[in-house]
Design a protein around this ligand. Structure first.
Ligand code: MEV
Length: 442
């Protein structure tokens, strides 16, 4: 029986590892060896990573790949992507190349407003609360001055505070619903600090508001937190070309391709089972760039999927049409990203990724990330509606299967060549590898 442990976080790193390997592993030395293999020999760099979170026992590697040839608003980008799924970077690169020859991607930031809320309980008359709110509003803003000073100087800050009556949902429930402009910062810390100060001032000032009864003075703050739903922090990405230019070879005409492609998008627009997978493909591109640039992919995921359900039914994030012989494929997507603060100035690979992207502003990064998502969806739908997804996917997965069976470099070289012309399946790879090994023995 494994016993619980108290004071784990206070142990040194090596004591933590000792406890883990001794408690959970049949071969403690082997487990320790694996953990150590992933440590960085540069002590400063290792310490930096150790200190990102609590209870670090090693580093967790993901490949960082790049997808070149992305033409976005006439500027060329090579996009960094941190992801484990074999085919994602290859698909992005292919889509980038395809659209490079057709005018590239066009993007536009539609809005950049973020939201935070103080959720509170007030037992009393709404008119009195409203009067109190109007009286205290400027004080709420004044009391955050120490937090907002720099942001305001740069042109951002608190945009608006609204009192929202939510008593039709929950008895006595109200909000201070606040909008923010956080410029190049993702803004979570800034927003949460402002909200916590609002909550303090609001509760405190209520105690001396003359119109309130003793009960009404007792405002209960439930919580103060930003929202990851950012429908007004929106970016649009688009590609378009003449329908006939969509055809790359004689196997399918541009028109036939456009029709099938549009059908596939329409299915994702009306059918949630398909929409989830369709949008998952978009997130393959988005998350990979969000992660490579040190942004919060969980926040992005949560906000994007909520946006995909904004009309009451989960639906496609992308849309496609043909009008006057022009094929257009586009997406509008909410993205709260930062290029300052957080990991952006700390993690050496994040700094490198941002430099690779010409040190973008948050607005520029929104556009790059949206393009990665649109490109990924284009590549997926192109495969799905023509060759099927497995052909390209399994080709990219080949190396994983070869590694799983510990193929050496010569075997990898021979079999990669062989599978250029043959269909990759798990069994076919094992068979070919065994055959090769037997023939080498003889
Ligand atoms: C796989 O990671 C993503 C796809 O399933 C996306 C899609 O079906 O559109 C290929």
């Amino acid at each position: 029986m494994i016993k619980s442990i108290t004071g784990f976080s206070k142990l040194s790193k090596s004591k933590k590892i000792d406890w883990i390997v001794d408690t959970y592993f049949s071969n403690a030395e082997e487990a320790k060896g694996i953990l150590k293999q992933y440590w960085n020999t540069n002590n400063n760099l290792q310490q930096l990573h150790d200190e990102f979170i609590e209870n670090t026992i090693t580093n967790y590697y993901l490949p960082l790949g790049v997808a070149p040839n992305f033409l976005i608003n006439d500027t060329l980008y090579t996009i960094p992507m941190a992801i484990e799924e074999s085919s994602v970077v290859a698909a992005a690169s292919k889509a980038a190349k395809f659209w490079l020859e057709r005018g590239g991607f066009k993007t536009e930031v539609i809005s950049t407003t973020k939201i935070g809320q103080v959720h509170f309980i007030y037992k009393g008359d709404f008119d009195k609360l409203n009067k109190f709110f109007n009286q205290v509003k400027s004080r709420l803003i004044d009391d955050t001055e120490a937090i907002t000073k720099n942001m305001t100087k740069r042109g951002g800050g608190i945009l608006e505070i609204e009192l929202r009556n939510k008593t039709s949902d929950i008895d006595n429930y109200y909000q201070l619903h606040t909008s923010f402009e956080t410029l190049d910062a993702m803004g979570a810390n800034f927003i949460n600090s402002c909200l916590e100060q609002f909550a303090k001032t609001f509760k405190q000032e209520a105690l001396s508001f003359d119109l309130f009864s003793e009960e009404e003075k007792q405002i209960e703050i439930v919580m103060s937190i930003l929202s990851n739903y950012v429908p007004d922090c929106l970016v649009r990405a688009e590609v378009s070309c003449n329908v006939e230019d969509l055809s790359e070879n004689a196997t399918i005409s541009g028109e036939a391709f456009a029709n099938k492609f549009i059908q596939a998008v329409q299915i994702a627009e009306v059918e949630p089972y398909r929409a989830v997978t369709h949008n998952k493909g978009i997130m393959n591109g988005i998350d990979a760039v969000v992660l490579a640039t040190g942004n919060d992919f969980r926040a992005v995921e949560a906000g994007v999927h909520a946006y995909a359900s904004r009309h009451g039914k989960y639906s496609s994030l992308t849309h496609a049409k043909v009008e006057n012989g022009i094929f257009t494929f586009w997406m509008e997507i909410p993205l709260a990203l930062g290029t300052v603060g957080g990991l952006t100035g700390l993690h050496p690979l994040v700094k490198l990724a941002l430099e690779l992207l010409h040190k973008p502003s948050a607005k520029e990064l929104m556009q790059i990330v949206a393009v990665a998502g649109l490109a990924q969806n284009f590549a997926a739908l192109r495969s799905l509606t023509t060759t099927g997804i497995q052909e390209g996917h399994m080709k990219m997965h080949l190396m994983n299967i070869l590694n799983q069976f510990e193929a050496n470099n010569t075997e990898k070289e021979i079999l990669t060549k062989y599978f250029k012309k043959n269909t990759v399946t798990h069994n076919a790879v094992i068979e070919a590898l065994n055959k090769l090994r037997v023939s080498n023995e003889n």
